[in-house]
Design a protein around this ligand. Sequence first.
Ligand SMILES: NC(=O)c1ccc[n+]([C@@H]2O[C@H](COP(=O)([O-])OP(=O)(O)OC[C@H]3O[C@@H](n4cnc5c(N)ncnc54)[C@H](OP(=O)(O)O)[C@@H]3O)[C@@H](O)[C@H]2O)c1
Length: 341
Amino acid sequence: MQTSHVLVIGGAGFVGSHLVARLAGVATASATPLEPGSVTEPPIDPERIVAATRDAEHAQHLLLLPRVEVLELDVRNDADLNAAVGSLGTDGIVVNLVGILHGERAEPYGAAFAAAHVDLPRRLVDACRSTGVRRLLHMSALGADSAGPSMYLRSKGDGERVVRESALDWTIFRPSVIFGPDDHFLNLFAHMQQIAPVVPLACAQARFQPVYVQDVAQAFVNAMATPATIGHAYDLAGPQVYTLEALVRYAGQASGHPRPVLHLPDALARLQAAVLEHMPGTPVMTRDNLDSMRLDNVMQGPLAPELGLRQPVSLEAAMTDVLAGRGHESQMQTLRRSVYR
Ligand SMILES: NC(=O)c1ccc[n+]([C@@H]2O[C@H](COP(=O)([O-])OP(=O)(O)OC[C@H]3O[C@@H](n4cnc5c(N)ncnc54)[C@H](OP(=O)(O)O)[C@@H]3O)[C@@H](O)[C@H]2O)c1
């Protein structure tokens, strides 16, 4: 299906990079041949794909993709946001992938969560309204709920509400944790086991249903071509449920460094997270992450058939060889290597 222009905000991130490549008709894959059925031809063929980022340096790996433009965009600036959305024309499609995992603590959430998860969707909705763009695909998260147990889930829930009440042609996606060759999740567990003799683990029995990044990207492109997805919010998850401990053990085994897992009691886990929050750089774990894990991150029921994901890819099929060979490539190199050209 021919559509004109697509703007992907957060297009240089993990999901964004795979989505942009998919829209450009370029498949990204793990080193392992995948089960058939998940990755299909993109059903839409945009003339122009705009990957918006706050810093063009983040998007170097997208520059060679056909029909892809990298746009350095300050999303806090309404005029710039309006210009980016307005440049699509009224049959354009906006995708919002912006999300953060960490922010200062407040009730119901701090300013960083408010800005990224609630204010930006609100201003994007306003930009769509004022420029006449109707189609908005918005990334939320499984368990997002204004009354949820964490700032992440509450702010994602409020962001969803903004989109649902927008009267635009919206579709919302609510994935469980997302895996892929360049993820920040299984690769982190593998890395931890390369450098530490033991893994102290909070919420070891929390349950997740991880979904493959290409299946997520495919759900987005299929939704763009499927009007029946308008006005719906879709949970996204993979074929199997795992405990956090099982995921950590799998990453250790697959990367060749299986380490003993030490279950941390709740009080110690909170203390550890509070300390990690005050370390320099991006925290590995925060008290808010622990709060999110109070709820299982598992889907009720099957994937919606209109998303066209006939056979979601399993963790083992996509990741075992990737984790076995990790440590040799940066994220950009991994993505470059996995792009079929
Ligand atoms: N990965 C998962 O397991 C998972 C699971 C459920 C839901 N999600 C949701 O999926 C979306 C994409 O996740 P991802 O894993 O691709 O994350 P990611 O790699 O961190 O990408 C998100 C992008 O959002 C942009 N961004 C971050 N903070 C921003 C801010 N304050 N203002 C403007 N832009 C900002 C960043 O782009 P630039 O730095 O290039 O500007 C970043 O690359 C997020 O909404 C996330 O909450 C992810």
